[in-house]
Design a protein around this ligand. Structure first.
Ligand code: GLA
Length: 411
């Protein structure tokens, strides 16, 4: 048998397909039982990053309570890079990161934070810095030496048409490179949803972007030639068919948040509430050092964070919708439910939820609160105040572009 097995062709020829053992289904290591939470430099700072900014941001995350609210990753995005050294090992930009990456990683770890970094599966990153193609094992080894905990891995300069790099090969190579280091590092797959990553990416990483880049507007699409960036509502709407693919350990990523970067508090609240309803990674993308109290209060709201971080990891779904409003539902552990009432429009809306006469049945999971038989206490998730029970109709006035959120607990 041994001798035969060495000759794959012979074995294949003499074994019918039905008897070939299936390749074990692989899953990336369990490093994100709930969606990752943290901060990333890109949305607010773009390429203007250095070690001072990262350290100040980390300090502000600790001082403002955001770390303790769950935001532990501090992720450098594009443009931290310098050159490769004579042996091919990537080095940070010596002007922007003169103390080096190991020192930065230590700084973060000493404060109970985790260290994230960014690279790209092509020859260059999206901003033209050195990419990891052909250097995957060296880069993963270098990141592990620096104490990195999270790698966002982008998709620029990977070729076009038939010459484009195969995404499973590219992300699989980086996943193997990470595994080889022996250091647990999250792999955040960032190919913008181009190759339906929800169908395959959980074999390699813990989260995958589902769309092109977010931008800080409510309902816009901004063209940039070959691609466009999307506001909050267009991204939200694209998530609806994808809920079946996410769960503990592997998450749809509708992109880093613009909370704090949107013009009104209502929009910032809605964006945050809906990312929580989606069980999305909660990666802040704003200026943490200059953050105003109302924005901190949104991001640190313990009840909304808990909706996102619920251990079941079931993304919410649109229960009832009109073009102007959407009532979303998310099943939570212990038979609880989260309900979000989103006002997409520019006019205040009065919405009544007559629980007992409204069937709420999650066909995907089979979960049904059975409002007719069971009574639930209703709490306003923003304020923590009681809002009656499911015995009576809930009437809510939702301001333009705002979102009311309720937690339902069985009595
Ligand atoms: C791509 C990614 C963004 C960001 C930039 C950096 O556009 O999708 O999230 O990382 O590259 O250049």
């Amino acid at each position: 048998m041994r001798a035969l097995a060495a000759f794959g062709v012979l074995v294949a020829a003499s074994t019918s397909l039905a008897t070939v053992p299936p390749v074990a289904a692989q899953e990336a290591p369990m490093l994100a039982a709930t969606p990752p939470m943290g901060w990333n430099s890109w949305n607010h700072y773009g390429c203007e990053i250095d070690e001072e900014l990262i350290r100040r941001t980390a300090d502000a995350m600790v001082a403002s309570g955001l770390r303790d609210a769950g935001y532990t990753f501090v992720n450098l995005d594009d443009c931290w890079h310098g050159e490769r050294d004579s042996q091919g090992f990537i080095q940070p930009d010596p002007k922007r990161f003169p103390s080096g990456m190991r020192a930065l990683g230590d700084y973060l770890h000493e404060r109970g934070l985790k260290f994230g970094i960014y690279s790209d599966a092509g020859a260059t990153t999206c901003a033209g810095r050195p990419g990891s193609q052909g250097h995957e094992f060296q880069d993963a080894a270098q990141y592990a030496r620096w104490g990195v905990d999270y790698i966002k891995y982008d998709w620029c300069a990977t070729g076009t048409g038939p010459a484009q790099r195969n995404p499973r090969e590219a992300y699989g190579t980086m996943a193997r490179a990470i595994a080889t280091t022996g250091r647990p590092m999250i792999l955040a797959i960032c190919e913008w949803g181009d190759n339906e990553p929800w169908l395959w990416a959980k074999e390699y990483g813990q989260l995958w972007r589902t769309t092109g880049d977010i931008t800080n507007c409510w309902n816009c699409e901004l063209g940039h030639g070959s691609w466009s960036s999307l506001g909050v509502l267009p991204i939200l709407d694209k998530q609806r068919p994808l809920r079946a693919y996410a769960g503990p350990g592997h998450w749809n990523d509708p992109d880093m948040m613009e909370v704090g970067n949107l013009p009104t508090l209502a929009e910032n609240r809605s964006h945050f509430a809906m990312w929580a309803m989606l069980a999305a990674p909660l990666i802040m993308g704003t200026d943490v050092v200059g953050m105003t109290d109302p924005i901190t209060d949104i991001l640190a709201n313990p009840r909304i964070v808990a909706i996102d971080q619920d251990p079941l990891g079931i993304p919410g779904f649109l229960w009832r919708g009109t073009p102007e409003t959407g009532i979303w539902a998310k099943p939570l552990a212990q038979d609880r439910w989260a309900i979000a009432v989103l006002n997409r429009s520019d006019t205040a809306r009065e919405i009544a939820i007559d629980w007992a006469n409204g069937e709420l049945n999650d066909a995907m999971t089979g979960r049904d609160p059975k409002f007719g038989e069971r009574n639930y206490a209703v709490v306003d998730a923003w304020t923590g105040k009681q809002a009656g029970s499911t015995d009576s109709t809930l009437s809510v006035r939702v301001a333009p572009r705002d979102t009311a959120v309720y937690l339902l607990t069985p009595r």
